[in-house]
Design a protein around this ligand. Sequence first.
Ligand code: FMN
Length: 204
Amino acid sequence: MNVNEIDAASVRRDDAAPVIAPLFLSRWSPRAMARKPLSTSELNTLIEAARWAPSCFNAQPWRFACSVSGTPGFDELSTTLVAGNQAWASGAGALIGVVSRTRYERNDNPAATHSFDAGAAWMSLALQAQHMGLVAHGMQGFDVRAARQVLHVPDVYDLPAIVAVGHPWEVDALPEAYREKEVPSQRKPLKDILFIDNFKDLKA
Ligand SMILES: Cc1cc2nc3c(=O)[nH]c(=O)nc-3n(C[C@H](O)[C@H](O)[C@H](O)COP(=O)(O)O)c2cc1C
């Protein structure tokens, strides 16, 4: 089965839950990707979506280092991934290093919300990928020091994640250990995350 035949929205739909825009339920993080390079146009569109994320003072701390499959840059960045990610991310059409400026450009003060802002931008990218029939899978499993070197990330930027983006592909093409994991995940119930007024009932 190709991952684009897996209907994440229907797997996740809970009739008792409030109705939300379908894109939120249909986005998920497959690993099966078709080893087809992303085009410049596809990359531009993904980053254009990220560009419109909100940020504190509109500082826009996010930057994206995009390496397309089949290039030396992609191969070099791939070597920084943990083995468990290399096993499937080789199918990605691009690896995108998400970096976030930890200090404001205008005054060099610490930017308290830079990671919150970069997180919003990555989610925009992921939803845009879903909208385009692509898949996006965030990864924290990589050697940060090595990846910073490969990408020439300046000290003032954090590198919280590398995102594998690609064209959806056959689940059976994945290494065996990953095939049964290739299902949309569920979430905590609303009652565990929604609190009225304060958090006094929040379990530690
Ligand atoms: C910042 C971040 C880092 C992640 N790191 C990894 C990773 O290293 N390897 C992996 O297979 N999945 C990784 N994931 C994917 C998560 O496991 C996945 O998003 C989560 O289980 C929810 O599933 P869904 O995205 O399919 O809804 C990461 C996701 C995010 C947002």
